[in-house]
Design a protein around this ligand. Structure first.
Ligand code: AMP
Ligand code: MG
Length: 516
């Protein structure tokens, strides 16, 4: 791929290795990565792409995608370059990908570069998501290029020079829904590529499905009694599509649980492994607002707002099954079944997560709906509320005047009427807790394992970016450390659980554009 190597060499001498994630180093355990390797003076040359890794076959991926509901045609890795794959001592396959290392054959009209602020955000958030236990691509290291990149951050004609950077991100695969979609749009001959790509994906990433044969006939069978209508043991492609749908449903349910809003859920940003991928204008909820979108481009329709994510996931799954049907890998009934399984899996996971967040022993739709409604009306902080909720005691005798004490810190400035609504909710909640029979201590401990104390709020990212812009990475490192254990109390780190300060309520901090 001459194109991109050329542009990498253009980056010249300036590349500086800035930081790497301890988590990647220790837990992924690449065979050839040792802690000392990150300190080598030539490390930045390899991880800016300036010097090719010996034996690697770099490439950029070609894919398409639906952007904001419309087919956008070919997109591809416009600024991501896969250096190659490594197998670690556990036999795990990890793809190393540089983001922002220069033009590729798919860069179209753009420069193939990335700015420091978006690179720090991607680095921090992929590690923060991992800390939360949510499937995600990971970040291995960040290298400053020493060259500036011109960006019009607010799309208002005020382009500025910003420092450039390259993140090396890692995942078992960066294949996206759009990787399959593109080939199905290119006529009959390319349908064979859909099949080959599907075969490749199954062989390498879903090997447990490999031995299911694709039968000549449909795998659809008439439903008899309680038996399933679709027999997934006769078509590996259908079984695979169901697993992709279920992983996606699980992922989005987990996002809803921690208030993560991706911001750009285009089908080219949907991982076929069910990972959170492509960190752009994402945001964690501060005040609970179902219509929150962190993406300024998404403001007009709020297609990708917090509450829409589960439906968007289903819509995207429908786009994913399209090429599989077009290539005759799955039937229409199987495609419908895949979507049905998405819905079932999402509801199961979501109900289970919300039940755990409240420390209940069984799902209580009314109680949870009422709570979400209260949180929205009073704009209560999503993270801090649930963390405080574990302090409520299962005791019917607590006087009314003291019922709100455990959650008071999250209920700012509420009037008398709203106080009454909250008291009524807490009373019903306590009834449920008493009925569950779980001790207060035990419940608090289990709730704290699902309700994080720390999430990567956008203002925290911004503080770290402001310092990094001046060459100081201490705050980035501190944030990384805090976000490694988001469910722990971490004495001395309480300031990282605070609400956004007034300065953070401005575009570029709590709301972001796609300019990166
Ligand atoms: P995103 O919105 O970041 O998912 O990007 C959408 C598409 O635009 C992808 O194909 C990216 O690779 C491409 N892209 C985004 N920024 C750049 C850039 N600076 N240079 C080249 N391609 C880009
Ligand atoms: Mg993308």
């Amino acid at each position: 791929m001459q194109t991109w190597f050329a542009s990498l060499y253009d980056q010249g001498e300036g590349a500086q290795g800035v930081f790497c994630s301890a988590t990647c180093r220790l837990r992924i355990g690449f065979v050839f990565f040792t802690p000392g390797m990150f300190e080598r003076p030539d490390f930045p040359r390899f991880f800016s792409g300036e010097t090719p890794l010996v034996g690697s076959v770099p490439y950029a991926q070609c894919y398409g995608g639906h952007q904001f509901g419309s087919w956008a045609g070919q997109l591809g890795d416009g600024r991501a370059i896969t250096l190659g794959e490594v197998l670690n001592s556990r036999g795990e396959r990890w793809e190393l990908q540089l983001k922002g290392a220069g033009k590729t054959p798919y860069s179209r009209f753009a420069d193939g570069l990335a700015v420091l602020r978006s690179s720090v955000r991607e680095f921090l958030c992929s590690e923060a998501m991992h800390g939360l236990g949510i499937p995600t691509t990971r970040a291995l290291c960040l290298v400053e290029t020493g060259k500036s990149v011109v960006r019009d951050m607010f799309y208002d004609g005020n382009a500025k020079e910003e420092p450039g950077a390259i993140v090396c991100r890692v995942a078992p695969s960066f294949l996206r829904f759009g990787s399959y979609q593109l080939h199905a749009t290119r006529g009959k001959e390319d349908l064979e590529i859909v099949r080959r790509l599907a075969d490749y994906t199954i062989r390498h990433h879903y090997p447990h499905l490999e031995n299911i044969k694709k039968s000549e006939g449909l795998s659809f069978e008439a439903a008899i009694g309680d038996s399933p209508a679709i027999d997934l043991t006769s078509n590996k492609y259908a079984a695979w599509a169901v697993e992709v749908a279920e992983r996606t449903a699980y992922l989005i349910a987990r996002w809803q649980g921690v208030g993560f809003t991706h911001g750009v859920l285009n089908t080219d940003n949907m991982s076929v492994l069910g990972l959170t991928i492509d960190y752009g204008p994402f945001g964690f909820l501060d005040a609970f607002d179902p219509s929150f979108t962190p993406n300024t481009t998404d403001l007009p329709g709020k297609r990708y707002c917090f509450a829409n994510q589960p439906d968007v996931g289903l819509w995207n799954i429908a786009q994913f099954t399209g090429p599989l049907s077009a290539a005759y890998l799955i039937s229409k009934d199987e495609a419908n079944y895949v979507m049905e399984r998405y819905g079932t899996k999402f509801m199961d996971e979501y109900q289970s997560i919300m039940t755990k967040k409240l420390g209940l022993s069984k799902y209580n739709k009314q109680l949870i709906s009422k709570l979400l409604n209260n949180l929205a009306v009073d704009k209560v902080d999503y993270t801090n509320f649930f963390r405080l909720l574990s302090n409520v005691k299962a005791d019917r005798d607590i006087p009314e005047t003291e019922l709100l004490v455990p959650i008071k810190a999250a209920l700012l400035d509420i009037g008398k009427e709203r106080k009454e609504a909250w008291i009524s909710w807490v009373q019903t909640y306590i009834e449920e807790l008493v009925a569950s029979g779980v001790s207060d201590e035990e419940r608090k401990a289990t709730m704290n394992r699902v309700n994080p104390k720390y999430v990567l709020r956008n203002y925290l990212c911004q503080t770290a970016i402001d310092a990094a812009d001046l060459g100081d990475y201490e705050e980035v490192r501190r944030l990384l450390k805090v976000m490694e254990h988001p469910y722990d109390e971490q004495p001395g780190m309480e300031k990282y659980a605070r609400l956004p300060p007034a300065w953070a309520y401005r575009p570029g901090v709590c709301m972001l554009s796609c300019s990166s």
